[in-house]
Design a protein. Structure first.
Lengths: 788, 480
């Protein structure tokens, strides 16, 4: 945490001040001790003096626990040198090199020789030498006769079977942590005001408001509503004509028709697909030196996502395709979806050093496990890479059970064509290459001059006849069927116990299926979308909610674990999740349900009394106003100036600021330093695509205003808007009204007209120039960057 | 006035919430110059000063240094040819004692190679320094040398990441961004962290000064010294089509438009922050070019630094820290080569002599200049590369990488002068005495800046991250 920041939650008090790993490691033996006592371990007949034991507990045990137990205890992933240092008996018995110490004689004790770093081969701990004070303490302790309190060695009483450490009470976690509990099918609560709501969703919200003594904000007016719906569902503002049509449409189905039209618009997928691309840490590669590969075909995955949203692909199918789409038999192109993993960072080492290579591999696998678990399950499984998760019931074996699946896959460019087409194209290309070689040889050899025309002719013919090249996409492919062992402290070169590939124990139970079908991805995909899995649907409906209301019901959308936030409306979350599954995982059904609610249709009006009670608007007493994402803002700028190029899909543009296509089609370099537009996007809070992103920052920095004031991009938009305004030959106030309807879907107030006229008529520069400067101010305005 | 009621409500709400909650709630906070730092400057008062990642933030304890200048030497300078004098190399030239027979993939199978450079003692401390660093030699009484540095791997990119982000892969926040995250910065019209190099950017480029998952405002802004225009310093810094007066009119118009919007919205903290940020942007158009304008320096100062590109960087570093920038990272490169010191492979004589010549005078001048201006006592200078080089030869005249032992030095804020910490073996191969890992160096730098490296954490992806990961011990011996 930053200095002097108060701890945020009571549950964390004291924790954040101590390095977490150490804290947790220290706790374990205490648990062991407590268990031993509870089991009635007999009191020592030969108890050491209390002072000595205190010295042991304060100076010696912490050193052993922190620096030795990862390799030398019952809890070690793999015991090294057959040596345990977690009980007096084990120490005296020693390991492969004999007894670890001779009580009373430090000089004769191997343990002391090791910590003194006397000999490089036996120097311990291997990575980090103990401080002189710690070594001196150990010497004193041995000299004292190595006093140790009476206890049972940890690890002998925890009855751990199948890798479940004593630390997790699986049943308790499943019963008590909200996210692991089976989804309830709650009934909508009773509400006092039965006239406000339009369905169960509203009842859940209203009941909480009423209980807190709050009233929902009044309904938004029609102009606000249609603008909100357009920006929200398509990322583009409505035209003045569309606004006018809706405002004057007295048909009771008018609103439903707006929703249907927007959900049918191809712009819907461009808007909502982009939300998913944040989660998928989508980029076109180019992650800098150790991850430098460009991914020239990444856009095919982007287009697949957009298309899946537009087609309303059921979410369970959407998930399965991204994990194992390439394994669908006989379907060409089904593997494009696995770009979800394949467009992620793939780290290398730059010199072949084994340590660096293992590290790069481990980091790449961590990306896969991290992205998989946070995106689909809202769990931070990557935290269990070096040790069992400190806060959630996720073991290191869970981590390696998943990592093993990804270790069995390769990433690369795969053809998007049936095998016969691929072999025909490849054969034709091979033939062409052979002739090319012959031709090169003939050109270098004067004696074969006569053959040249013939070869050229053949080459020409072959090239004409060759079937067109097939498209390719970055995909996963099967590359193994083995399990990975647990890596001691995350080091792949130090194998521990085996970790059979399987799903997370907290979900799959104590006898999980060993995934042995190929890499295991197909089974993994099924496990994620199994309706009994309590996480997948909850995580997704929460993401939907977040994009409609600014915050999710759970404000940590990719962390549903202990350190994540609890849901503000747990029953509503479950009701939405079960409805979602009931509606066959259809996102569009959920959008309809949400947009048809009184909750969504509330005004964003501020209310002092409500603010005093619920300043964070957790209970949703209004629709929170919020900043447009950079994509929607830039796209809206181009839309209102009439310049937007609506072409969909295809390879990305590397010069976004000279393009008029939607921002979604920008090339994104993972390192953020390849294209001029990288700076632009990040300045406006585009997430770093190095890891999955659950939410966007909303920053306000001067450089954003430098962009609005000074960039050629804004100047060009201002010119275009000024040109549109100037086509109206009518008086100034009509120019102004035209601009306000175009930009803000509303008429200007008398004050705004007055301000505009005054500015346009100032004599300091030409009227044309003033109009451009005025247009730029409107385009830079706060209101234009907001959804209200 | 209505506005005040809202502000009161806002303040009351802020008081109820912890800082972290508050940041969450703003949603922003975690963005960049949050509103308050901006408000502070623009209106001389603060609603929620805690919300700005860039506003000065108190350290964990009294700091010994307030700012850092990192003189980064990518490519791996050879310790035994610069600051770690090993006279025994000459005596045992060509021999291959067991001490240097370390497991390494590198080409270090030859015998010992004496340094081609002469060494002599400097200053009251009598520290022996190679002849290629005469200006630094003159400053030894102000320097703490750490001769017992070691790191994890002998590959440039990974080791550079270890040095600058504390991990082997480029996916962690940089040292500088951690410092800005922990301490904010003193001048809200300039970035908190500036990274510079002449021409080539160090390998892994942006990752060396990136923020990874820390708030965006903590990231270093990169400046290429060779192409130093205001536009290179900060994009869109200059308006090409409006006079300052016309631009002022435009900003006033936008301000009025936004304010009428504010009145209709009744209350909107984001909008206020935006108005203040816009005013600051207007001012930055002047302040940023100013700080990079070396023509404002006296001829005497310019003469002190000399005319190498690196020296220009040293002078800029002084100007930046003088103006309140928290961290400056200046990386050496010559001939457009991003890991300049790696020319040591082929030839230590030419490669290292040229590189030292490119930076020595500027570094000496920087120390003297900071001292003259009273800035030395609270400015920490860190000199060093990602690893060192082997005392054995590669080919006839070169040396290969060596991560078992190398030298880094510290000077300025809170650091002992004329001091040497730790040691390599008698041939300069491995750190054997008081070994210092890069994590320990980081812990020490944070400590000197008043930060406890175990407490400077950021929760991301389900756990608390630190610059020093799970390691790091402060090297108290180098602290005055």
């Amino acid at each position: 945490m930053k200095p002097s920041a108060p701890t945020s939650a009571g549950q964390l008090a004291g924790l954040t001040a101590t390095p977490l790993w150490r804290w947790q490691v220290i706790v374990r033996p205490v648990i062991g001790l407590a268990m031993a006592m509870a089991m009635g371990a007999p009191p020592s007949a030969d108890a050491a003096k209390a002072d000595d034991l205190e010295f042991f507990e304060s100076k010696i045990r912490p050193v052993l626990v922190t620096h030795c137990y990862d390799c030398h205890s019952g809890g070690a992933e793999k015991l090294r040198g057959a040596l345990r240092l977690d009980s007096s008996a084990h120490i005296l018995k020693g390991g492969a090199s004999g007894p670890a110490l001779v009580a009373g004689d430090p000089e004769a004790s191997l343990l002391i020789q090791a910590v003194r770093y006397q000999d490089e081969d036996t120097a311990m701990p291997p990575k980090q030498r103990l401080s002189p004070a710690q070594v001196a303490d150990l010497e004193s302790w041995v000299r004292l006769g190595a006093p140790w309190p009476e206890e049972t060695a940890p690890g002998e009483t925890d009855g751990s079977q199948g890798g479940a450490p004593a630390g997790y009470d699986w049943k308790k976690w499943r019963a008590e942590h909200w996210a692991f509990r089976p989804m309830a099918q709650p009934l909508p609560p009773a509400v006092q005001d039965t006239t406000w709501g339009q369905g169960p969703l509203d009842d859940f919200v209203l009941a909480r408001l009423e209980a807190a003594g709050l009233r929902p904000a009044p309904p938004a007016d029609r102009r606000t509503l249609i603008r909100r719906a357009f920006l929200n569902l398509t990322g583009l503002p409505p035209s003045p004509a569309e606004v006018a049509a809706f405002v004057s449409d007295s048909n009771p189905n008018a609103w439903d028709r707006v929703i249907d039209r927007l959900l049918d618009s191809p712009h819907y997928g461009e808007r909502w697909g982009r939300h998913w691309l944040d989660v998928a840490r989508y980029s076109d590669g180019m992650g800098g030196f150790l991850d430098a590969e460009p991914l020239p075909e990444a856009w095919r995955y982007r287009d697949w996502v957009v298309d899946a949203f537009n087609r309303d692909m059921p979410y369970d199918e959407f998930v399965r395709a991204q994990i194992a789409g390439d394994l669908t038999p006989g379907e060409v192109g089904s593997g494009v979806a696995t770009g979800f993993f394949a467009v992620g960072p793939t780290y290398i080492s730059d010199g072949g050093d084994p340590e660096a290579q293992a590290q790069a591999r481990a980091e790449t696998l961590a990306d896969r496990v991290d992205t998989f678990s946070r995106a689909f399950l809202g769990l931070t499984v990557a935290c269990a890479r070096c040790h069992d998760h400190k806060f959630d019931p996720i073991t290191a074996r869970d981590y390696y059970a998943l990592a093993g699946i990804f270790n069995n896959t390769s990433t690369g460019l795969q053809p998007l064509a049936p095998p016969d087409v691929v072999s025909a194209v490849d054969a034709a290309q091979r033939e062409i290459q052979e002739i090319e070689k012959l031709l090169v040889a003939a050109e270098a050899d004067d004696d074969s001059q006569g053959r040249r025309p013939e070869l050229r002719e053949t080459l020409k013919r072959l090239r004409q006849q060759a079937p067109p090249a097939y498209a390719r996409a970055h995909q996963l492919a099967e590359a193994g069927t083995s399990d990975l062992p647990v890596a001691i402290r995350g080091d792949l070169r130090k194998p521990g116990e085996p970790a059979p590939r399987r799903f997370l124990q907290i979900i799959a139970g104590e006898t999980p299926t060993h995934f042995q079908d190929g890499s295991g991805r197909r089974q993994l995909a099924s496990a994620v979308t199994e309706p009994a899995n309590p996480l997948t649907a909850r995580v997704l409906v929460n993401r939907l909610w977040k994009h409609h209301f600014g915050e999710g019901l759970v404000r940590s959308p990719s962390n549903f674990g202990h350190l994540g936030e609890k849901p503000s409306h747990p029953e509503l979350l479950d009701w939405l999740a079960t409805s979602f599954i009931h509606h066959r995982w259809s996102l569009k059904s959920m959008h309809r349900m949400i947009l048809q609610s009184s909750t969504w249709q509330m005004s964003s009006r501020h209310d002092d009394a409500a603010f005093a009670i619920d300043g964070e608007n957790r209970l949703l007493w209004r629709m929170p106003p919020r900043r447009l994402e950079v994509e929607a803002w830039r796209d809206s700028l181009l839309a209102v100036t009439g310049e937007l190029d609506p072409t969909r899909g295809g390879p990305p543009t590397t010069s976004l600021l000279e393009s008029t296509r939607r921002t979604l089609y920008a090339s994104i370099s993972r390192n953020g330093d390849r294209h001029p537009s990288d700076d632009f996007l990040r300045l406006f809070d585009f997430p770093t695509p190095r890891s999955t992103s659950e939410t966007r920052a909303v920053s306000t920095v001067p450089q954003q205003y430098l962009f609005m004031m000074n960039s050629p991009f804004m100047r060009d938009r201002a010119r275009a808007l000024a040109a549109r305004m100037a086509t109206k030959t009518s008086p100034d106030h009509e120019h102004i009204t035209f601009a306000y309807e175009l930009l803000f879907s509303r008429e200007p107030s008398p004050i705004e007209i007055e301000l505009g006229i005054k500015f346009l008529h100032a004599p300091t520069s030409s009227p044309d120039e003033r109009l451009i400067v005025y247009a730029q101010a409107l385009l830079s305005s706060h209101e234009f960057r907001q959804i209200q | 006035m209505r506005f005040h009621d809202h502000e009161t409500a806002f303040r009351q709400a802020a008081a109820r919430l912890s800082k972290r909650d508050f940041l969450m709630r703003l949603g922003s906070g975690i963005g960049a110059i949050g509103l308050a730092g901006v408000m502070d400057q623009a209106r001389g008062r603060s609603i929620v000063s805690a919300a700005s990642p860039l506003s000065p933030s108190p350290p964990h304890f009294a700091p010994r240094a307030k700012r850092v200048i990192q003189l980064f030497m990518p490519g791996g300078p050879s310790q035994v040819d610069t600051f770690d004098y090993k006279p025994l190399l000459a005596k045992h030239a060509g021999e291959r004692p067991a001490l240097v027979d370390r497991k390494s993939l590198r080409n270090t199978k030859n015998g010992l190679m004496p340094s081609p450079f002469a060494f002599k003692p400097y200053g009251q401390s009598g520290k022996w320094v190679s002849d290629i660093f005469p200006h630094v030699g003159e400053c030894v009484d102000d320097i703490s040398f750490i001769h017992s540095m070691h790191t994890d791997i002998p590959e440039h990119a990974g080791a550079m990441m270890m040095m600058n982000v504390g991990a082997l892969q480029p996916n962690r926040p940089s040292l500088g961004s951690w410092l800005v995250y922990g301490l904010g910065t003193e001048n809200q019209n300039l970035p908190g962290f500036v990274a510079m190099s002449p021409r080539a950017q160090p390998r892994c480029t942006l990752a060396n000064w990136g923020n990874a998952f820390l708030p965006g405002a903590c990231a270093g802004s990169y400046v290429n010294i060779a192409a130093m225009t205001p536009e290179a310093v900060m994009h869109n810094l200059q308006n090409t089509h409006l006079t300052p007066t016309a631009q002022r009119e435009q900003i006033d118009l936008l301000r009025q438009l936004n304010q009428t919007h504010l009145e209709r919205r009744q209350y909107d903290h984001e909008l206020e922050a935006g108005i203040a940020a816009m005013e600051m942007a207007f001012r930055m158009q002047a302040s940023v070019p100013d700080v990079f304008d070396l023509s404002r320096e006296s001829p005497a100062t310019l003469a002190l630094y000399g005319d190498t590109e690196f020296a220009k960087g040293c002078l800029l570093a002084r100007r930046l820290v003088e103006q309140g920038v928290r961290v400056v990272q200046l990386s050496l490169s010559i001939d457009d080569y991003d890991i300049a010191w790696d020319t040591g492979h082929e030839n230590i004589v030419d490669g290292h002599a040229r590189l030292a010549q490119a930076c020595d005078r500027g570094i000496g001048a920087l120390i003297k200049d900071l001292k003259e201006r009273g800035l030395f006592e609270d400015t920490l200078i860190v000199w060093g590369g990602e690893f060192g080089r082997a005392p054995t030869s590669e080919g006839a005249k070169g040396r290969d990488h060596n991560h078992y032992g190398y030298t880094t030095w510290l000077a300025g804020g809170g650091v002992k002068g004329g001091y040497s910490h730790g040691a390599t073996d008698e041939f300069g191969c491995s750190a054997v005495e008081d070994r210092v890992h890069v994590h320990d160096l980081h812990a020490t730098i944070l400590h000197l800046m008043g930060l406890n490296h175990e407490q400077l954490t950021y929760r991301y992806s389900g756990r608390d991250y630190r610059l020093t990961d799970v390691s790091g011990h402060v090297v108290h011996n180098v602290i005055a």
